[in-house]
Design a protein around this ligand. Structure first.
Ligand code: SF4
Length: 383
C-alpha cells in the first residue's frame, strides 16, 4: 500500500493536459529570464535522475493499484474513494492520491512530463524514463512535454526519433512569437531561426509539435511584427497545433514594469484580434490546427484548421463579426467575456436591452489607455 507516500508534482501543464497524469522529470526552467514570466523565478533548475523519476512512477503505480480496487464492473465507488482520500493525513499524499484517482477516472491514458524544459535531458536518460513509464502503465496512449525553442534547436531529428520510439508523442513549445524584435523585447533567449530549426527537426523525428502564440505581447509598436513574424515561422514549420495565448502583462513581471514605464503601450483587445486575423490571412499551405484553449482569449470559438478553406472562412468571418460591432459594443463584449458573463458573441443577444444600455454607459467612461489597462488586469487574473 502506498499510504502517505508522495511523488513530485510541478506547478503547470497545458490546458489540453488537464486530465493527464503529471510526472515531474525536471523542476523549474533552464532559462528563467523571460520578462513576462516569473513562474520559476525562485526555483533552481533540477533534472531528476532516471532512478528518482522511476521511484515516483513506482509510487504512482502503488496508488493506482489501490485506487483500481474501488472500481467494479467499470463502475467507480466514488464515496469509497473520497473516504480513502480523507483518511490520508499528509496533504501532499492527498494531492498525489487525488491526481492518480482523477487520472484513472479519466481513462488513465495521457501523461504530461513536467516542468518547463524536459528536453534539456539527453535522449538516453529521457528514453529510459519513457520506456519504464510505458512498461509500468501499458494503457498509456499519449505522452507529452514542454520544451524551449533554443534548446530544442540543439537537437537533431535523430534525437527526436529516439524519443518518439521510446514513447514521447508531442512537444509543447512556447514560441510566443516569430518576430525576432519581439523575442528580443521579451528576452525569450531564442530567435525565429531557433524556432524553425527546432520545429523542423521535431516534426522530422515524428513527434507532434504544439506551439503557442501570444497576440499583443510586443505591445502596440510591434503588433504588426508580432503577427507577420509568427506567420513566417508557421509557414516554415507547419506545426500540428498553434495555440493562442492572448498576452496578459502580469503585475510583478519585468515586462509589466517596462509597460508601466512607457517603454511600450499595451495593445487593445481589438489589436490583438487583428494580429490573429493577420496570422490566419498569412498562413499559407499549412495544415496546422489553430486552437484557442484558454480563458484569456477573447474569441475562444475562433478555432479550426488553417489548411481548410471552410475553416479559414469561418474563423475570419467570426473575427470580422466582432470587428464590425460598434466600438462601445466591442467593449461591452470584452467586459462580459472577461467577467465570465459571455462565452461568445451570440451571448450578446441574450442581454436585455435595458441592461445592455447600462453596460454601454459604464464602459464608455474610460479613456482607451485606462480601458486597455483594465482589460489587462482582468486577463492577468487568469494566468
Ligand atoms: S522559457 Fe518558459 S518557463 Fe522559462 S522563463 Fe520563459 S516562459 Fe517562463
Amino acid at each position: 500500500m502506498a499510504e502517505e507516500r508522495t511523488f513530485h508534482i510541478g506547478p503547470i501543464r497545458p490546458p489540453s493536459e488537464a486530465a493527464s497524469l503529471l510526472l515531474q522529470v525536471t523542476r523549474g526552467c533552464t532559462w528563467n529570464r523571460c520578462r513576462f514570466c516569473n513562474l520559476y523565478r525562485d526555483t533552481h533548475f533540477k533534472a531528476y535522475s532516471a532512478d528518482e523519476v522511476k521511484r515516483d512512477i513506482d509510487v504512482i503505480a502503488a496508488y493506482a493499484e489501490e485506487i483500481r480496487e474501488f472500481c467494479h464492473d467499470s463502475r467507480w465507488d466514488l464515496d469509497g474513494l473520497n473516504l480513502r482520500l480523507g483518511a490520508l493525513a499528509d496533504g501532499n499524499a492527498r494531492q498525489c492520491f487525488y491526481m492518480v484517482a482523477q487520472w484513472l477516472l479519466n481513462g488513465g491514458e495521457n501523461v504530461f512530463l513536467q516542468d518547463g524544459n524536459t528536453t534539456a535531458l539527453s535522449s538516453g536518460r529521457l528514453s529510459d524514463v519513457l520506456i519504464y513509464l510505458k512498461k509500468t502503465f501499458p494503457q498509456i496512449r499519449r505522452i507529452t512535454s514542454y520544451g524551449r525553442a533554443e534548446e530544442l534547436s540543439r537537437h537533431d531529428a535523430e534525437y527526436y526519433a529516439e524519443l518518439k520510439a521510446a514513447g514521447l508523442d508531442r512537444i509543447h513549445s512556447g514560441f510566443e512569437t516569430g518576430s525576432d524584435r519581439v523575442l528580443e523585447m521579451i528576452h525569450k533567449g531564442t530567435t525565429a531561426g531557433h524556432e524553425i530549426t527546432a520545429g523542423k527537426n521535431i516534426r522530422a523525428g515524428g513527434i507532434e509539435l504544439s506551439v503557442y502564440f501570444m497576440p499583443g505581447i510586443g505591445g502596440r509598436e510591434l503588433s504588426r511584427d508580432n503577427a507577420e513574424g509568427t506567420a513566417r515561422v508557421l509557414n516554415e514549420v507547419d506545426p500540428d497545433f498553434l495555440r493562442i495565448r492572448t498576452a496578459a502583462v502580469k503585475p510583478g513581471t519585468e515586462l509589466y514594469e517596462d509597460f508601466r514605464k512607457g517603454w511600450s503601450s499595451l495593445c487593445s483587445d481589438d489589436e490583438k484580434i487583428r494580429e490573429i486575423r493577420r496570422v490566419i490571412e498569412l498562413a499559407k499551405g499549412v495544415s496546422t490546427r489553430l486552437v484557442s484553449d484558454h480563458m484569456v482569449n477573447l474569441l475562444q470559438d475562433v478555432e479550426g484548421s488553417l489548411g481548410s478553406a471552410a475553416d479559414r472562412k469561418r474563423m475570419l468571418g467570426r473575427i470580422d463579426q466582432y470587428l464590425e460591432l460598434e466600438e462601445v459594443d466591442r467593449r461591452v463584449f470584452q467586459l462580459l467575456r472577461r467577467t465570465l458573463r459571455a462565452y461568445d458573441l451570440d451571448d450578446l443577444q441574450q442581454i436585455p436591452q435595458e441592461q445592455m444600455e447600462q453596460i454601454r454607459q459604464a464602459v464608455s467612461r474610460d479613456s482607451d489607455k485606462r480601458w486597455n489597462e483594465k482589460i489587462n488586469e482582468y486577463i492577468s487574473r487568469y494566468i
